[in-house]
Design a protein around this ligand. Sequence first.
Ligand code: PMP
Length: 355
Amino acid sequence: MTDLIARRIRQDVQSMHAYAIQDSRGLIKLDAMENPHTLPPELRRQLGERLAELALNRYPGDRVNDLRRALAAHAGMPDGFDIMLGNGSDELISLLAMACDVPGASILAPLPGFVMYGMSAQLQGLKFIGVDLTPDFELDERAMLAAIEQHRPSVVYLAYPNNPTANLWDDAVIERIVTAAPGLVVIDEAYQPFAGRSYIDRVAKHPHVLLMRTMSKFGLAGVRIGYMMGPRQLIAEVDKVRPPYNISVLNCEAALFALAHQDEFARQAEDIRRQRQVIQAVLAAMPQVKAWPSDANMILVRVPDAAKAFDGMKSRGVLVKNVSKMHPLLANCLRLTVGTAGENERMLAALQASL
Ligand code: PMP
């Protein structure tokens, strides 16, 4: 077997680590920016009835187009744009790398940032250019513009807000980066339900900008629906690399159901934003913890010893994410997902006891 792997599996894949999903059984799960709320029982019953009626013997069909239309309306997609769906935005990120011009093409993103941008590049044999943020986690405009000039990347990703730093970027800096980029720019608005601003009103000004969103943080992380909007002709090209039936009948129907009840999800997002403030107020009173402002459903904190705090919190039943090894700028940092009021109280008590 080792011989077979050595001869037939790509060398760079052999040296990769699989995307790590932490075991969360029995723990309060605050590690992956999931919405902590489920649907009220009556809506769950209705959803169950809808799903039970589906023809699972058939491939997904026109309902996927209904979902594309519903998401476009939900997002306020500009005229002349089209929308492409992915099995989570993770899949869209992979597909975009697949559609890039090779050889020699590159993908550029600020670091620390979402790991899939680099991973998608590597898996497609593209170069990944990571540009460090400033120590206070702002875009380093000069370094970004210099790297864009030097590498002429096929795609620049700007997560807005960013993961794991949870902040939005200065709009004027974004504009200058967008203007300088010779290839595509993707504004990844995965955390849009918790942010005060969106790029949606500006996206149509630039024919090379795509806007990516997901239903995951909205409240459907388990359903796996991501979407990307952009000029019709451009989306038509990228859409050619999409596997034909990437949105399952079950995912599609659950997403349509959720959009028909989007007021409920909007209330949940409002609660999460309120809870974020409550957590920030408690963190501000912990002298050993530095917490950064957040425009997302996560809060980045620096503690004296992240490994100790992470283990201590876990032993007290709370799972967060230790991001300190991700990047030198994140030394001793933990990423806390905002949960329900009760979960957050337990999380904060566990953090305080584990410092
Ligand atoms: N973009 C960003 C910035 C993210 O943080 C994440 C998930 N953590 C994603 C995209 C992917 O989301 P999904 O595949 O669930 O749509």
